[in-house]
Design a protein around this ligand. Structure first.
Ligand code: DHE
Length: 515
């Protein structure tokens, strides 16, 4: 007897039959958008390095139901549960071989925006120094806000899954944005238009721009290299493999600009070293803080004869992550692997000089600093404990521990604000935001802007008058608070807004922001 089956049942059977071969399911259903080699196409790369960093629905749910507001369809009608589970498990396995990703491959991805025409002056009336960018991770867009009126001047599409702070050119005109898949996007704020994109890495961490604004560094996990791009046209200047003194290849956890030093500082994931890369070969290294001439003799200065991107290694006892820098960029504090200590490194002499007890995994990269009783202090949240540590950066002691309603992720303040703001990012109280007095170190107000909704990450306007808070939900919002009265003044609907970045605060390296 001949039995007729529907088209969708036939597909379902086909997918079930292919359970043993998830690679075939992938080829038939996913490769067109995500690339034959799982490295991305119009959809993101589907490799464990990226997937395990994704917050939000589980990969099985995304395959079954799709992603709203994207081109990712749901496959629940054509793939049964077992096939979806099998496919998801396969996507979490590493690639058999990571393809070369050198200057030639990167150059091939360079995509100038054909519609871009550089404006001679800003195409809007707003203060270009008070523009604030809001990264909306819900549908992979950035909103360009006028920091005075809070009007949205533009809303543009970004590469998939932007991570880390966008970096502005020193004049505040251009901004560079990076996705976890290693795409770097250049956008012209004056023209309100994308300039172009390039894929600098396959799995990337963050970016940093040089003090003179000419070079952009991209920290990569895949390949294990630092990519250096020209900010003018996104062309590749160098791909620097990261190999330790003992010959070990290492991922780059992060790259930071050290403005006074005219250099990039690199955190290495797999090797006990910190790297410093020169971005101005003609500049005299700034080592103004020396106390002992003995210290000076120990300096392994960047040899300027090696030219641009000369590299200096600082050997340390164990790999450190997640750096906070003092305002003079003479010292950094890095998080030790045990999640219980901060290690202070003097960048001038190139060695560890102190250790701090910081149990509960400090998130030093979110650290901010200010003056307290004539001393320079910094504050850091902890990812695994509901507390904030206040550290005296003159003698490297923990001055105070402030108890909060749960572990937080970000801190923010402004030179002209008496308060700093600390979110509660994890746990049942993730809808709370603490406001803390910078002098008394007491919590003066705890806000609950939207009961049940995660609130996180704050940015101030240029003058410090308003604080912008993200309601980190798909139908979320940016809430504008009066930074002195702590009253809500505006609510702007946004799609899962994450970080917000004010041009002036960022290009002046405000002490209230992470750099
Ligand atoms: Fe981030 C900044 C590393 C998870 C949102 N994050 C940074 C920076 C580093 C870093 C090194 C500084 C880069 C810069 O701005 O130049 N982040 C890490 C991690 O190692 C960690 C814990 C694990 C990982 O997934 O890689 C991590 N980060 C997250 C998230 O889960 C967050 C909340 C959501 C997301 O987008 O993935 C997140 N990270 C952010 C944001 C910034 C950031 C919004 C920029 C903050 C700023 O104000 O500058």
């Amino acid at each position: 007897m001949i039995r007729l089956i529907s088209f969708s049942s036939a597909l379902l059977l086909a997918a079930s039959a292919a359970i043993a071969d998830p690679a075939a399911i992938y080829r038939d259903n996913c490769a067109d958008c995500h690339g034959a080699g799982r490295l991305g196409g119009i959809g993101p790369a589907l490799i464990p390095e990226t997937l395990k960093r994704m917050r939000g629905p589980k990969i099985e749910a995304v395959i079954a139901d799709g992603r709203p507001a994207t081109q990712m369809p749901g496959f629940a009608d054509t793939m049964d549960e077992a096939a979806i589970t099998e496919l998801a498990a396969w996507l979490k396995t590493p690639l058999d071989a990571v393809p070369d990703w050198g200057p030639a491959q990167i150059a091939e991805t360079l995509t100038p925006d054909p519609g871009y025409v550089a404006a001679d002056a800003p195409v809007f009336d707003a203060d270009p120094m008070n523009i604030t960018l809001v990264v909306e991770t819900g549908d992979h867009h950035v909103s360009v806000l006028d920091g005075d009126t809070f009007e949205v001047l533009d809303r543009f599409e970004t590469p998939f899954a932007v991570h880390g702070g966008p970096k502005f050119s020193p004049d505040g005109r251009f901004v560079f944005i990076m996705s976890r898949d290693g795409w770097v996007q250049k956008y012209d704020i004056w023209s309100l238009h994308q300039v172009g994109r390039v894929r600098a890495g396959l799995n990337s961490r963050n970016i940093a721009i040089s003090r003179d604004g000419k070079h952009l560094a991209v920290a990569n996990y895949l390949p294990m290299a630092l990519t250096l791009l020209s900010t003018a046209d996104l062309s590749v200047e160098k791909v620097m493999p990261v190999i330790s003194k003992t010959g070990m290849h290492s991922r780059v956890s992060a790259v930071y600009q050290a403005p006074q030093r005219d250099s990039f500082i690199l955190a290495l994931k797999d090797a006990p070293e910190i790297w410093e890369v020169a971005t101005d070969p003609d500049a005299e290294p700034v080592y103004e803080g020396f106390v002992h001439s003995r210290e000076k003799d120990m300096v392994e200065a960047i040899p300027s004869s090696e030219g641009l991107f000369a590299r200096r290694r600082i050997e340390i006892a164990e790999p450190l992550d997640d750096f906070f820098f003092t305002d003079d960029y003479r010292h950094l504090i890095g998080a030790a692997r045990d999640g219980a200590r901060g290690v202070v490194v003097n960048l001038n002499v190139g060695r560890e000089i102190a250790e701090l007890p910081l149990p509960g995994m400090p998130h030093l990269g979110s650290g901010i600093s200010w003056e307290l009783d004539g001393r320079r202090v910094m504050a850091t949240p902890h990812l695994k404990e509901g507390k904030l540590s206040i550290i005296d950066t003159t003698d490297w002691t923990v001055l105070k521990t402030i108890d909060t309603q749960g572990p937080g992720f970000f801190l923010r303040s402004h030179e002209d604000s008496p308060y700093f703001w600390a979110d509660v990012f994890f746990g049942p109280n993730r809808d709370l935001m603490h406001v803390i007095d910078k002098q008394s170190l007491e919590i003066v107000r705890t806000l609950r802007p939207e009961p049940g909704a995660t609130v996180a990450h704050v940015e101030f306007t240029r003058d410090g008058r308003y604080a912008l808070v993200s309601v980190w939900e798909d139908d979320g919002a940016v809430i504008v608070y009066d930074a002195n009265t702590l009253e809500e003044v505006r609510r702007l609907p946004m799609r899962k807004p994450s970080g917000k970045y004010n041009v002036f605060n960022k290009i002046t390296f405000s002490e209230g922001t992470s750099h």
